[in-house]
Design a protein around this ligand. Sequence first.
Ligand code: LER
Ligand code: MN
Length: 268
Amino acid sequence: MLNYAICASEGAALHEPVLFRGSYTDAFAYAGGLGYKGLEIHLRDAAAADAGALAQASAATGVRVAAVATGLAKRVDGLSLIDDDKAGRRAAVQRLKGHLDLAARFGCTVIIGSMRANVPSPARREECYAVLADSIKYLADYIADKNCSIVFEAINRYENNYLNNAAETADFIDRIGSDKVLMLLDTFHMNIEERDMCAPLRDYAKYLGHIHFADNTRWYPGHGQIDFGAIARTLEEVGYDKWVSMEYLPLPDEETAGRKGMEFLRGL
Ligand code: LER
Ligand code: MN
């Protein structure tokens, strides 16, 4: 059985693929109650989080922190790692240091997805890659001796205009050249961008640092047409032993989505 986690956020909008919306400490009990071993926490500003309370809730429930996600820093505060304004880029990096400090306390990874923002024009693509790579190299150095990592998420073209698939994201990770920076593949994005749902898991197995599961509808696995049995078998074949987080919409309602998602995983 793979290591399954569920996502929680205090600040997620309703259209965002997060199952639990409420206090982070309550989220640990919620995840444990559904049968998950891990909790992925979506945080706008990790430096403002009560790390002691999170550690206590984790110890009390036996549910581990699987990952710290950062998209809210982009959506709410507009922080971008390729901001034309140097002060803006610095603020984004500073914010991520907070996320990384929290992740180090729990020995987990920090997810960078939408904070890479969009390249403003095709002509500036290479320049933006270089700017992004500089910041990520700096952050990789920052965590050289810390018990945490960074995962870069391949996100579909309708949400981000670069780093859309596994091949492109692996190229970018090669540029960083640090074993602290790995890749996150999300089945929802893969279903749009990849020709095959299992080949990238095999071809880029050594890059994989985190996985997101959602069906093609972005509802719970089992709702749509993605073959999660084949995906789970492939992950086991390649020896994937990190977290697989359920990142799906709370539809048709949170209770049904939570229950049906776990029932489906148990049946895999
Ligand atoms: C983040 O993990 C992700 O998959 C984005 O599509 C969230 O909007
Ligand atoms: Mn995702």
